[in-house]
Ligand binder design. Structure first.
Ligand code: PRP
Ligand code: ZN
Length: 299
């Protein structure tokens, strides 16, 4: 197959999204082998190349059509959009799907002991960030006059080095902030991983691969949120049980050998299952409750 006809998807080389992006592609049935320091990896069973790049470069690579698809954090896209607006350029990619991983927020944080506990305390201070566009917009919207120091990485150590009074960076688990003794002052925006595509026209070959990939990604993401639930329930409680299970498809009800007042219920929930729902089921007389993950799903 000619190289031009292969679909190219850009993913983050290292960082929070790398593992989950690869896991998603793998769950879509794409076979590949990643050697350490690989920059490009060919799929063994689909006309697809995976490119490992800096996440900040993904929007540009997709806009320029060097890559056809990209998996990137919304935070990077939003920053790019602001940059394009300031430079009177148009963004030239399409968001195809939110992927429901890489959930995080872009926040302003400051050393716990400095007492910057609300926005006004940031007036006249220096804030280090890799997201100058988003930060500037936020400060402007909130009428805060602070100096922005743009640095490309390890933002969290800037206060310790005396370079800045506060930072604006991504927070996922909060571990980085905690390790650097920083507390959140304000959340600027929330973010998750998304799939984007180039606006350039695709060849028929590429288009078929994109369509196949999208179908599978949708299958994987729906399956992840869905659960297969099995339990035994008193026949008399079935009507009430159906009411407490929103997002459940019509259940399969089966007789249990030797029992006349109880049945086995099997049902797929498309919304995940909370402990509270299981506890209610138990209160209604259900027993042997099992919740199983679903690996793949095609509607
Ligand atoms: C972000 C951010 C922090 C870390 C926060 O980096 O810059 O270093 O994640 O996560 P935590 O709250 O779980 O500790 P990312 O992986 O996005 O890489 P990058 O900023 O270098 O692109
Ligand atoms: Zn980055």
């Amino acid at each position: 197959m000619l190289t031009q006809q292969k679909l190219k998807i850009a993913i983050q080389k290292k960082g929070r999204l790398n593992d989950d992006s690869l896991a998603l592609l793998s769950r879509c049935g794409i076979k590949f082998h990643v050697a350490s320091h690989s920059l490009i990896v060919r799929s063994e069973n689909l006309p697809l190349d995976i490119l490992f790049v800096r996440d900040d470069d993904i929007p540009t690579l997709v806009m320029d059509g060097i890559c056809d698809l990209g998996i990137v954090g919304e935070n990077v896209l939003l920053e790019k959009e602001i940059y394009q607006q300031v430079n009177d350029d148009k963004t030239n990619f399409k968001l195809i799907k939110k992927l429901n991983f890489g959930l995080c927020r872009l926040s302003i944080a400051a050393p716990a002991e400095n007492g910057y506990d609300d926005l006004t305390t940031l007036d006249g201070k220096r804030i280090a960030t890799s997201y100058p566009g988003l930060l500037q917009k936020f400060l402007f919207d909130n009428n805060i006059d602070a100096e922005i120091l743009t640095i490309s990485g390890s933002v969290e150590i800037a206060p310790k080095l005396g370079m800045a009074d506060a930072i604006c960076d991504l927070v996922s688990t909060g571990r980085t902030l905690e390790e650097n003794n920083l507390t959140e002052v304000a959340v600027i925006t929330k973010s998750q991983a998304v799939l984007i595509r180039s606006n350039k026209e695709f060849s028929q070959e590429k288009l078929s691969t994109v369509e196949l990939l999208l179908r599978r990604i949708c299958g994987v993401t729906t399956a992840q949120e869905s659960k297969y639930i099995m339990f035994h329930a008193p026949k008399s409680a079935l009507a009430v049980i159906k009411n407490i299970m929103p997002g459940f498809e019509s259940p399969t009800i089966m007789n249990l050998d030797g029992l006349i007042d109880k049945v086995a219920v099997h049902v797929v929930s498309s919304e995940g299952v909370f402990w509270s729902t299981l506890e209610k089921l138990k209160q209604l007389g259900a027993s042997s409750i099992l919740v199983l993950p679903i690996e793949k799903m095609l509607d």
